[in-house]
Write a protein that binds this ligand. Structure first.
Ligand code: XMP
Length: 571
């Protein structure tokens, strides 16, 4: 299967590059930017099928200790695309010069690409025409995926359509850089320039090497997807061979051969990932051998346990072990109001209960532990893939000694570890998992405890559960601007109970109720987030319904903070 390898130098958007390209149907893997391209690596499974390399962006500078690729990548004959730092890296590695900008450039910046007057050496025509298709407004994404190439004719038409002079393409790119190229390396040609006068698009005279100073993977970058697709299909000649159906077949075969007749145990959190992993197990192995364990911590959303139980039973679960441990969690949380202390207490208790309950099941030693780990979790935990990103917030889920011991003895299976979140959702749909579960918003491991600011009590959990359920129900029934439900347009929405009360009036009587904050954000992956711009009518009606139905709540506010600087959760 054709594959694009992404060398990661730590940009916050490296994962997005991989996701965008997989959306085209081409498989991608992310590896540390300084991976040695040894003979062993070149003959190994990660490199197998590689048709091109992409060098990612980075928070570092090439002249100040930023990681370098193994220089062998430049003699493999593979097409290369350098993005931001990746381009600076290629320039630096070939004798060009990279220096700091007087002021960092961040955000939307116009770029002009002069493909028309560009001298195309005959031998380079094919790949360059493929690459330049990405900038040509006359060519759609589908056309580019189908192999459309830039030609002077289409340039003229495109430029006329875009109203640009001299058959040059203009578009608004998205940049985030503190360094720029001040001298190109020999062999590189500047094909595009930013409105601030810096090199923005580079091609090489003889090699299939390309460079972009902007980030085509970011949604705000105009023609970003087309530019990436033009590299993948036009310049690198990849075929779209990555399908979920094929993945399912591969994973099923490997699960069956690894597990044999042994039982498997899956720890289910109720979130999308572990529930999809459960569906995959139930549809692949003998359900008699599949044990599913779910902890009801009392910090769950309204009806959570019932929903998960019903969905798994519908898929044929025979051994669903639900551990009710609300009392244990609430008493451990008593008197705690520091967010980190709350998170740590919950994490530790998870481990204690997990060990106790797994032992109680009495599975034979030959059992396998299955986890719903995603590709992004693998990247974040630094397992198998790079960990070059600067740590923004230390997350979340517990590394349990049980899981680590099972891993050390080779008995942990992570069947979703090559998938991104949206791919897991697609897999869930193919496996006929309930849509209500598949399209669910993410929910944090520590549950409502990080949405009840200050001390957590049963009463506060109940109040928050009710208010949150009303909010979500309203989002599901209201239409958004794109014709979908508000719930489907929003990436994540929830209610937060604040540790303050305020005065109000209800039926002529003084009321002293809790203050609730509503949060709704749009995001691609939870790494950054924008506030969802509700029409005022929706917010007003939802607020009224909440204060009318949940009498302990006296006031509702809407959180209008983006991430950064705020995080998505409040604690
Ligand atoms: P933050 O609050 O860091 O959240 O902006 C980013 C995304 O991660 C979710 N989140 C968690 N998920 N365990 C999880 O599995 C956790 O401890 C945790 N904390 C936050 C959050 O809901 C958002 O989707």
């Amino acid at each position: 299967m054709d594959k694009i390898l992404i060398l990661d130098y730590g940009s916050q958007t490296t994962q997005l590059i991989g996701r965008r390209i997989r959306d085209f149907g081409v498989y991608t893997e992310i590896i540390p930017g300084d991976t040695p391209f040894s003979l062993e690596f070149l003959a190994g499974p990660v490199f197998e099928g590689t048709r091109a390399l992409i060098l990612s962006g980075s928070p570092e500078s090439v002249y100040a200790g930023g990681a370098a690729p193994d220089q062998k990548i430049y003699s493999l004959g593979l097409p290369l695309l350098g993005i931001c730092y990746g381009l600076q890296r290629m320039t630096h590695d070939h004798g060009g010069k990279v220096e700091p900008l007087p002021e960092r450039e961040y955000g939307r910046i116009g770029v002009t690409v002069s493909a028309a007057g560009f001298p195309l050496p005959a031998a380079r025509n094919e790949a360059l025409a493929g690459f330049f298709a990405g900038f040509d407004p006359a060519l759609s994404l589908d056309a580019i995926k189908g192999g459309a190439r830039f030609s002077p004719g289409t340039v003229a038409a495109g430029a006329a359509a875009a109203g640009t002079a001299g058959a040059a393409f203009q578009f608004t790119a998205w940049m985030s850089h503190g360094d720029t190229l001040t001298r190109l390396a020999p062999g590189f040609i500047q094909a595009g320039t930013s409105e601030t006068g810096y090199p923005a698009v580079l091609v090489h005279e003889t090699e299939n090497w390309f460079g972009l100073q902007f980030h085509p993977e970011v949604t705000h970058c105009e023609r970003g997807r087309e530019i990436l697709a033009a590299f993948v299909f036009g310049a690198a000649g990849c075929a779209a061979q990555w399908t979920m159906e094929q993945y399912i077949e591969e994973v099923r075969a490997s699960l069956k051969s690894r597990v044999g007749e042994s039982p498997v145990l899956l720890l289910i959190s109720g979130g999308v990932d572990s529930t999809v992993a459960g569906a995959l197990l139930l549809k692949t192995l003998d359900p008699d051998k599949v044990h599913l364990m779910y902890m009801d911590t009392g910090l769950m959303r309204k009806n959570e346990t019932g929903t998960v139980k019903a969905a798994l039973e519908k898929l044929g679960a025979k051994h669903l072990h639900i551990v009710y441990c609300e009392k244990e969690f609430l008493s451990a949380l008593e008197g705690l109001d520091d967010p980190e202390e709350k998170r740590k207490t919950i994490g530790d208790l998870f481990i204690t209960i997990q060990e106790r309950e797994v032992a109680r099941l009495g599975l034979p030693d030959s059992y396998f532990l299955v986890q719903g780990t995603l590709y992004t979790d693998m990247i974040e935990s630094g397992r198998g893939v790079g960990k070059k990103a600067h740590l923004i917030k230390s997350h979340h889920n517990v590394g349990s000694p049980l899981i680590e011991a099972m891993r050390a003895s080779g008995r942990v299976i992570e069947p979703l570890d090559r998938l991104y979140k949206d791919e897991v959702r697609r897999l869930g749909r193919i496996l006929a998992l309930d849509e209500a579960i598949v399209s669910r918003h993410p929910f944090p491991g520590p549950g409502l405890a990080v949405r009840i600011l200050g001390e957590v009590t049963r009463e506060k959990c109940d109040v928050l559960r009710e208010a949150d359920a009303i909010f979500i129900e309203e989002l599901k029934k209201r239409r958004g601007s794109q014709g979908k439900s508000l719930y489907d347009e929003i990436w994540q929405a929830f209610a937060v109970l604040l540790p303050i009360r305020s005065v109000g009036v209800a039926g002529d009587v003084r009321k002293y109720g809790w203050v609730l904050a509503l949060r709704a954000i749009t995001s691609a992956d939870g790494m950054t987030a924008d506030v969802y711009p509700f029409p005022a009518k929706d917010l007003l009606e939802i607020s009224t319904r909440i204060t009318n139905s949940v009498t302990d709540i006296g006031r509702v506010t809407y959180d209008i903070s983006s991430k950064p600087p705020a995080t998505i959760e409040w604690e």
